[in-house]
Design a protein around this ligand. Structure first.
Ligand code: C5P
Length: 288
């Protein structure tokens, strides 16, 4: 008998992103203020009895099956709960741009973990779900809870923060992508001159001060980009600020850039479509 459920997979933005030293396990220590936003994929998860894993999506360019993070998440979850006879079908209606620094794949993986926990009535604790998520990718634990959080360690150590003040956010996804491991390697060889003031961002969240928060946003990966790509990011940030954003920043390892506006209408009115795909979104509060 087939049973299914539908989960929403919200995109994330990095309001701040700082990278520390490389660790013996090859990962870097991170310090990031993470924020969920209303742009989301729709993830349909169905349990089948035939032991097979199927992952499909509306985007023909995405990997299918185990090579998709959603497939890895399904296998990791079924292994953890010792349900190795079951099959899972995942169908992803993709809205979050791929290779944008918005954790689209990690959000889908988190949706599969949440969905399987519900379908199988396993009621795992958040710690157990996060443990499974961290096996799949560093951003998956955040995508399980969402909202506003400080992420440290590989990105999996989370501290809940006061919610981002109401605002509108315009995301711009230029037409190039950056390899995450390559950008970490470039950053290791680059002298960073501008780091985010994470303390200032935390203070701004505590006092609900949107302008101070927007002013504290920064991402060390911007300096590590190849020159041509870096110029595009700088141009988009300037255009966002000229269009009325109180702050602008690249998210993750890019290539999406976002600007924070006082209201959603302000974000919708800013026309930056000449730079690529655009999405006007709102912050989303914690969902687990
Ligand atoms: O954990 P995830 O699979 O998302 O990481 C992708 C790659 O990004 C890693 O293989 C590693 O090269 C790099 N990474 C890192 N430090 C982190 C997270 C990711 O070096 N904290």
């Amino acid at each position: 008998m087939e049973r299914g459920t539908r989960e929403l997979a919200f995109a994330k933005l990095n309001l701040t992103l700082d990278v520390g030293e490389k660790r013996p396990d090859g990962y870097h220590n991170m310090e990031m203020v993470m924020q969920s936003v209303s742009l989301c994929d729709v993830v349909d998860i169905t349990l089948t009895g035939d032991k097979a894993l199927k992952v499909m999506s509306t985007d023909p360019n995405l990997p299918i099956g185990y090579h998709n993070l959603a497939g890895k998440a399904a296998v990791a979850f079924l292994d953890y709960v010792n349900e190795t006879e079951l099959g899972v079908e995942v169908y992803i209606t993709k809205n979050i741009p791929d290779r944008a620094g918005m954790a689209g794949g990690s959000a889908d993986a988190a949706a599969v973990i949440r969905g399987l926990d519900a379908l199988l009535d396993t009621h795992l604790t958040l710690e157990e779900l996060s443990h499974i998520g961290a096996l799949v990718g560093s951003d998956v634990p955040f995508c399980l809870v969402g909202g506003t959080a400080l992420a440290e360690g590989r990105g999996e150590l989370l501290t809940e923060l006061p919610p981002m003040p109401d605002c509108g956010i315009l995301i711009v996804k230029p037409d190039f992508s950056v390899s995450t491991p390559a950008l970490f390697a470039a950053l290791d060889g680059c002298r960073v001159t501008e780091r985010p003031d994470t303390g200032a961002a935390l203070d701004a969240l505590s006092s609900g001060d949107l302008k101070a928060l927007a002013g504290s946003m920064a991402n060390v990966f911007e300096e590590a980009l190849p020159e041509a790509e870096r110029r595009i990011i700088v141009d988009i940030k300037s255009a966002l600020l000229s269009a009325g954003a109180c702050g602008a920043c690249m998210t993750g390892t890019g290539s999406a850039v976002f600007g924070v506006f006082p209201t959603l209408d302000d974000a919708k009115e800013a026309d930056l479509s000449r730079f690529g795909l655009t999405f006007a979104v709102s912050p989303v509060k914690k969902f687990a």
